[in-house]
Design a protein around this ligand. Sequence first.
Ligand code: NAP
Ligand code: MG
Length: 488
Amino acid sequence: MNKEIKPLKFSGKWDFDPAPESVDHISLKDQYGLFINGKFENPQTSNYFPSVNPANEEHLSMIAEAGEKDINAAVSAARKAFDGPWSKMSAKERGKYIFRIARLIQEKSRELAVIETLDGGKPIRESRDVDVPIAAAHFFYYAGWTDKLNYAFPNRDPKPVGVAGQVIPWNFPLMMAAWKIAPALATGNTVVLKPAETTSLTALKLAEIIQEADLPNGVVNIITGAGATGAGIVNHQDIDKIAFTGSTGVGKIIMKAIAGSNKKSTMELGGKAANIIFEDAPLDQAVEGVINGIYFNQGHVCCAGSRLFVQESVYDVVLRKLKDRIQSLILGNPLDKNTDIGAINSKEQLGTINKYLKIGQQEGADMFQLECPIPKKGFWCPPTLFTNVSQSHVIAKEEIFGPVLAIQTFRTIDEVITKANNTPFGLSAGVWTDKGSKIFNLTSQMRAGVVWANTYNKFDPTSPFGGYKESGHGREGGLHGLTPYLNF
Ligand code: NAP
Ligand code: MG
């Protein structure tokens, strides 16, 4: 006999003892040079800038700033390696190096996860369970393709493009480096990569791994700096391909800069994803998916489900469940294994998010936030949701890149498809329903590169990722991710 299951009487938050991950096992230098031609070199600019921990504003290390001469040195090392050992090596041998990098990432996964959390502010649970394993998986996956390119593209005689210039953002520093470097090496290219200014450390640890893997000098060069260093790579005459992940604004600058040149490009840009809950969805799972979709990594996710559309008939219950769940989230020390919500990556980004919170309230939307103590030092934004939002509100249109959800309602499928597509972006979307037919209907009508069904923010190296419209062009991951690094 089915007895009614009564909900647990639970008010407030579970009170866990702190469980911080240790930092004893990591090694960080006081100062990092530029990784050029297999060695760490002092920058010819003689300039260094600090990398700080955004959770407590403590200094971590000094990072070199690459100027024009350093960029020239890195590109010429990459060219020499491309013309020399790397293109003369058999594909099978090339693959062995990539497998070696993958294994070394796994071996050092604990250290990499801690450094990622210290430098970027994301919870250790995420850097440990998402960033580092996915980075290793990308190297493993693309290592496997290295000697099979003629099977991947039969009768097309694929050839590497040459020297790839790669510029990446701060939200998934090691993972983005892996997404860029692994397919470039598998297809026989050489690389000059620039990590983001605020999160260079794991890319520099990857440079150490690449040294340990004994990759021929100059095949991968990692140079650090701010936007000007990125622009220097983009504008360099001897770069054959630009792979950029970052904001739509900078993506547009780069596309203008390379227009008329022979450079190939892939652009992975911003997003404003729609996450759609139908009345027939498993609501508790959907709410968990929404939480994961927008509050994961403090909303520093290009594919974050930042616009939630709830069918009117279940709006009240979904909103109540969402608010309850938000109140149970734990914000605090990112190194603590219990932490759900870490620090905002930088003071600048916190300023941007706060600007949007103000705009949302001024526009007349209602704001709800997790009530919790906020650490005195560091950069923090509690998980936030807005109701009473309309299509024309700035918070429903622009990418905020923080833990901020804008909720709207709908009655019919056609209405929600129109609303979901009413955006200049098109990176990702989510659908929650128990009807397969609805999923297929929506996935074919939504203009988004990835549509998750009854899940959200799941990544796999075998699966292509990329956007429509102002979310960019080209795909990373899977077989599709090989094409931008090949000429036919
Ligand atoms: P960003 O400001 O565009 O910066 C991205 C990278 O470009 C950084 O390394 C940056 O250097 C560099 N850069 C800045 N100006 C440049 C220029 N004029 N020329 C060349 N490079 C330049 O983006 P972000 O704030 O770091 O990252 C957040 C954005 O990335 C969001 O819009 C997000 O949606 C997007 N994103 C997209 C994807 C995707 O797959 N579609 C994935 C992750 C993130 P600094 O070190 O000085 O910042
Ligand atoms: Mg930092």
